[in-house]
Design a protein around this ligand. Structure first.
Ligand SMILES: Cc1ncc(C[n+]2csc(CCOP(=O)(O)OP(=O)(O)O)c2C)c(N)n1
Ligand SMILES: [Mg+2]
Length: 270
C-alpha cells in the first residue's frame, strides 16, 4: 500500500463505495497530498453532505462529520464558529451544494467565513440514479430529462465569485497537480475558498449525458472541452474555464464577529 494511503486512510472503512473509474477517489487523493504537504493533519476537520461525493472524507482518518443533504456548509460554519482555529474543509456534490444547498452556499460565501469548499461537479445527481442537477448541460438527457434538459445551468464558480467567495479555482480530474495546489491554496487562504472539480461519473454522467463510459475517455473529454484562464487573454468561447478565478484578501467572518463582540462588550461596560 502507498505510504500516504497507509498514513491517512481509515483501513477499516475500505474498500471505497466509489464505482470503478469514479473521480471522487482522485479528489480524495489530491486532498491527502495537500494535507500532507501542509503538515496540518491535527488542525483540520472535514464536513460533507449526502451524495457519492459526500463519502470522500469518510475514508480520511481525521475529524469528519458526514452531515445531511445540502447542509454540509451550515454544519461546517457551526464547527468553524465553535473552533475558529480549525481549518474546515467541506466536500459536496453539485446537487448538494447548489441544488438543495444553494441558499447556504451563497450566504457562506457572502460572509467570507474561513471554509474550503471542494465541490465535485459531475453534472448530475450521481448517488440517486442520474437525475438532472443545476449543473446539467442544456439539452442533456438524464433520468429526469429524457427528452433533453430545458433549463439553463449555474456556472458555480461564477456564482461563488458573485456571492463574495474570496478564493475560487476550477480544475478537472485531468489536472491532479493543479487540483492539489488549488486545495492547498484554498486551505491556506483566510476566507471562503471554493474549488470546483469537473469530475467523471462513468455510471450516471457517462451513461446519460456524455454517452461515453470509459473513465479515461471521459477525462480526455473534459480536457478537450476546457481552457485555462490566463491573465490578459480572452478565454476560448464555449469551453469550461479552468484555473484560479478569484484571489482576494477581505476580512474574514469569525474574526469580524470577534471584533464586533469586543467592541460591543467595551461599549456595554462603559
Ligand atoms: C433532504 C434530502 N433530499 C433528497 C435526498 C436524496 N439524495 C441523496 S444524494 C442526492 C443527490 C446527490 O447528487 P450530488 O449532490 O450531485 O452528489 P453526487 O452523488 O453526484 O456526488 C439526493 C437527491 C436526501 N438524502 N435528503
Ligand atoms: Mg453530482
Amino acid at each position: 500500500m502507498h505510504n500516504l494511503s497507509a498514513k491517512y486512510l481509515r483501513q477499516d472503512a475500505l474498500p471505497y463505495i466509489f464505482c470503478p473509474g469514479c473521480g471522487d477517489g482522485q479528489v480524495l487523493n489530491a486532498t491527502i497530498r495537500a494535507i500532507d504537504d501542509l503538515g496540518i493533519r491535527e488542525d483540520i476537520a472535514a464536513v460533507s453532505g449526502i451524495g457519492c461525493s459526500g463519502w470522500i472524507p469518510v475514508y480520511l482518518d481525521i475529524d469528519v462529520i458526514h452531515a445531511i443533504h445540502g447542509r454540509a456548509i451550515p454544519f461546517a460554519e457551526g464547527l468553524k464558529l465553535s473552533q475558529p482555529k480549525k481549518k474546515v474543509i467541506v466536500f459536496t456534490g453539485d446537487g448538494d451544494c447548489v441544488g438543495i444547498g444553494g441558499n447556504h452556499f451563497i450566504h457562506a460565501a457572502r460572509r467570507n467565513i474561513d471554509l474550503t469548499v471542494v465541490m465535485v461537479n459531475n453534472y448530475i445527481y450521481g448517488m440517486t440514479g442520474g437525475q438532472k442537477a443545476p449543473t446539467t448541460p442544456l439539452k442533456a438527457t438524464t433520468k429526469t430529462s429524457p427528452y433533453g434538459n430545458a433549463e439553463r445551468t449555474f456556472d458555480v464558480s461564477q456564482l461563488a465569485i458573485s456571492a463574495g467567495a474570496t478564493y475560487v479555482a476550477r480544475w478537472s480530474t485531468a489536472y491532479p497537480v493543479q487540483l492539489e495546489k488549488a486545495i492547498k491554496k484554498g486551505i491556506e487562504h483566510n476566507g471562503f475558498s471554493f474549488i470546483e472539480v469537473m469530475t467523471q461519473c462513468p455510471i450516471q454522467t457517462g451513461r446519460n449525458i456524455l454517452k461515453e463510459r470509459d473513465p479515461w475517455k471521459m477525462m480526455q473529454w473534459y480536457k478537450e472541452n476546457s481552457t485555462i484562464a490566463k491573465k490578459g487573454q480572452e478565454p476560448e468561447a464555449g469551453k469550461i474555464l479552468l484555473g484560479e478565478l478569484q484571489a482576494q484578501e477581505v476580512p474574514e467572518f469569525t474574526q469580524l464577529l470577534a471584533e464586533v463582540r469586543r467592541e460591543f462588550t467595551v461599549e456595554d461596560n462603559n
